[in-house]
Design a protein around this ligand. Sequence first.
Ligand SMILES: [Ca+2]
Length: 482
Amino acid sequence: MSRFGRAGIEHGREGERRGKGSDGRTDRRSSRGEAARVERRPRCNARRGHLERSSVLFHALEASFLFLGLLLLVTSYNAKEVSSAEQFMSMGLSQRELGVYLKLEEVSQRRKENNQVPRPVVVITDVGKDYDDLAALVVLSEFHHFGFIELRAVVANLIPAEKRAHLAKAALESLGLGDVPVAFGTRGSPDDHEVLDHEFKGAEFSRGASVELENGKALLTRVYQTAKEKDEKLYLLCLSSLQDIFEFASANTDLVVKYTAEVHMQGGVSENEHNLKPDGNAANNRFNLDAAVEWYLFIQRHAIRSHIYTKNAAFIASLDSGVFKELAATGHPIGAYLRRVQVEQDVAFYKRACESDPGKRFAPFMDQTWFLDHKTNWHLRPHPSEGDTLPVGEEVIPYLTKIVLYDVLAALGVAGDDVVDVLKNDIKVESEVLGESGSGKTMHYSVTNKPVTSEDADRISLEVASLLKGALSGRSKSVDSQ
Ligand SMILES: [Ca+2]
């Protein structure tokens, strides 16, 4: 990108910082402050007039600089790049969000110059269980359109796997990726899974969602065979139970070992004595802990490069719920679905957190206090006082300000370090090398676990919000309106 483009973005960031409060609402403090001061001096009309003129002049200059920056940006691009920049500008993104897109476009161009092909990605997801799987698919669709990745296959597991696969297929169609093969996987767990009312309500995003889908094992076999024929390596993105990938890898060890570049998993891990073990508290491990234990042994035995993303970074890089309101306002059906599910899912989550029996909660430690701390702004409400009655049931809705997108961090990571690093997102905070005794192989892995700084968290949130908004208001809209 040209220096003019960068200047335009920096200018835009400054404008955004001035225009947004910590709660995400428009808060033109400086101009309000000036206005308030002027009102306190009603007789100083000359000064007020001067300030108003200054304010008008400032905003005019601000708009002029932005316009000039964008104009110079567009004129500095070649014809193909111009279309990208123009497309981004028509997406209704804020200045900061536009900045994210332009930086990602820089990475895309750099990869093309280096003849880097998109990373072939295979996703295993329990889409529908949480809104974050669908959010991850939306982010992945943008990465696919940028050319960072190529979505080769999506397998949906967990009861009812077929219904989840249809949800994934419909979502991908609405995002302009109807050609991506989708299959239904295993039940994901030996235990029964309670399907909640909100999971599939309003999820018919497009025509064709009722097409017959194939079995997950057949699809995994096919994509791995194709990888073998092309002599390329696949990137596995595991956002749900590890049963499917473990079963497939056990039956097709050579294929998986030879043709897997990296594994990216949302979950949790314990490390000791150069031995990785799945953390049984992480939901994706807990679905089928035996399979998770075996899969972790598999990746270590065969030294498959792996990245594990835990819940801790996701909590800190949570999104403001205003982002989902904006997604609903895009008019894209996925936006409306995400917003509705976010509220219904979090209310259901809250009701479970309020259970006095820890065994009935989502996890024993996720009690009412934990929920209010991690998922709401309850403690920031006006005039808090000790002894306030805690919200009951749906009373919590106005305070549901934090959207935690666990799976999306793994989706960011699978795109590659250059995509993650473009915004200096320090989500890869820990990296280790594990040597396995006897085999002579070296296991490389990283764990995204430690809290990131609030500045890093803001950058991650901005990147995620930009991609979600861009996907639903931009490229896929033409598909949706067909
Ligand atoms: Ca998931």
